[in-house]
Design a protein around this ligand. Structure first.
Ligand SMILES: Cc1ncc(COP(=O)(O)O)c(C=O)c1O
Length: 443
């Protein structure tokens, strides 16, 4: 029996997550998925062994709220070097249930829900931030990335105008999902200089793809620019780092006054994070950068992962740009799990049933449709990228993500000319997807 008089707060929009529709469509139409950012690779054996060992050694009960001492000590040692400073493991490091829960907890800890405080984010971005903004009762402000000569850039003046005395958090994501952008030192210096006019803004820097930079591109931690460590919380993901996204262990580093506030939320919500996984990660972090991985004395685990991802990126970019029967074009990808593809020229070829209606499925009698995102562009159209992804899922059995869903619901900057493809699935699966996209195979 439903209690009809019960009112629910709907802190977060009830609309489906982008990937929920595509998971369902993908299963129904037997697609190869280039959608969700879950790696095709398994974690390294040394991590798996360390997990078994940790359980056998008895690390099976709750641990310290801010993180198991073995892990926070190791993080302080390794990330202290990356951030060029002495990091206090007990006061400046906090562990949480993946970067995801940490990001949400940090925003909850920092935003006063009664004050219309603002969070500024560059768009397009990882859509989970929107839920975090809503659940904390913050006000969302965005700055658009624009493609300039094939590279995603922002206008510093536009960025400056977005900031004001109500801005509480600037949320940066480097390397960036979905664009594959890496912020350059020059761009970070520009941001840092502008922030000097607004000394009370806290920077939340999501750096879960820090280790995945291609073509010898430089990765820069925002906390290392000027004295920004004192107002920056940098967030990392053990799941992404070790290709173990299901383990859900992440960590954040920042000044103790901010980390303490985050700990109160972690305590309220989860208390402590998976102990054996924390201990296993603490035993494995050094091994990420030790030579000799897979018997190759010149190679570390991280170098191996980076080269595997880059191999997939290069293969996909070449195939998409040179060997397609559809006029689509891969954009530059400097880092991370995804490449963006420009679909502008293929839009006129998308059948009308996808561009003019959400009810694109040819249903048999009694068959129900998939759960679909009934979303529209500001001018009332069905987004072209959504229509394209549905068309490709049904006709070529490949699942991709529409970029328009990486903008806030009523964002003025929404574009629907790009789709996002995962490059984290390994070469075999990527080649299978490419053959299907080329219309050469449905296997
Ligand atoms: C930009 C970004 N931040 C955070 C996360 C979540 O990280 P975790 O798996 O550690 O929760 C993801 C996952 O896709 C991501 O793309």
């Amino acid at each position: 029996m439903e209690l009809h008089k019960v009112t629910l707060p709907h802190r977060v929009d009830d609309s489906m997550a982008v990937w929920e529709e595509f998971k369902e469509v993908s299963i129904k139409y037997k697609c190869v998925s280039l959608g969700e950012g879950a790696p095709g690779m398994n974690p390294p054996q040394f991590l798996v062994d360390a997990m078994i060992e940790s359980i056998q050694e008895g690390f099976n009960q709750y641990t310290r709220i801010m993180g198991n001492p073995l892990l926070v000590n190791k993080i302080a040692e390794i990330y202290g070097k990356k951030l060029n400073r002495q990091v206090n493991p007990l006061t400046e490091v906090i562990v949480g249930v993946g970067a995801y829960t940490l990001l949400g907890s940090i925003i909850l800890a920092l935003i006063d829900p009664s004050k219309n405080e603002e969070i500024v984010i560059f768009e397009p971005c990882w859509p989970c931030y929107y839920d975090h903004v809503q659940i904390s009762n913050a006000v969302y402000r965005s700055v658009p990335f624009k493609l300039v000569d094939g590279v995603w850039r922002f206008d510093p003046e536009e960025f400056r105008k977005t900031l004001n005395e109500k801005t509480k958090i600037l949320l940066l994501n480097n390397a960036q999902n979905p664009t594959g952008k890496l912020f350059s030192r020059e761009e970070y210096q520009q941001i840092s200089d502008i922030l000097k006019e607004f000394p009370n803004i806290i920077i939340l820097s999501d750096e879960v793809y820090e280790y995945l930079t291609f073509d010898d591109n430089e990765f820069i931690h925002f906390a290392t620019i000027d004295d920004n460590f004192n107002k920056t919380i940098s967030v990392f993901s053990g799941g992404k780092l070790f290709n173990a996204t299901g383990w859900k262990v992440g960590w954040a580093l920042g000044p103790s006054y901010l980390v303490k506030a985050i700990a109160t939320i972690i305590n309220a919500l989860v208390y402590s994070t998976n102990t054996p996984a924390q201990v296993a990660i603490s035993k494995s972090l050094d091994k990420l950068t030790q030579k000799g991985y897979l018997g190759n004395e010149d190679q570390t685990y991280l170098e191996y992962v980076r080269s595997e991802f880059q191999r997939v990126r290069d293969y996909m970019v070449k195939e998409i740009n040179e060997n397609m029967d559809l006029p689509i074009k891969a954009l530059t990808c400097e880092s991370g799990y995804f490449i963006m593809v420009d679909i502008t020229d293929v839009i006129p070829m998308i059948p009308k049933k996808y561009t003019e209606s959400h009810d694109f499925e040819d249903l048999q009698e009694g068959e129900s449709s998939c759960n679909l995102n009934r979303v529209y562009m500001p001018d009332g159209r069905i987004p072209n990228d959504l229509a394209f992804c549905r068309w490709m899922a049904v006709e070529r059995k490949v699942m991709m993500m529409p970029n328009s869903l990486f903008y806030y619901k009523d964002s003025l900057y929404k574009t629907d000319n790009y789709v996002r493809l995962a490059i984290c699935k390994g070469l075999d699966l990527s080649a299978k997807a490419i053959l299907r996209l080329q219309g050469k195979s449905d296997q």
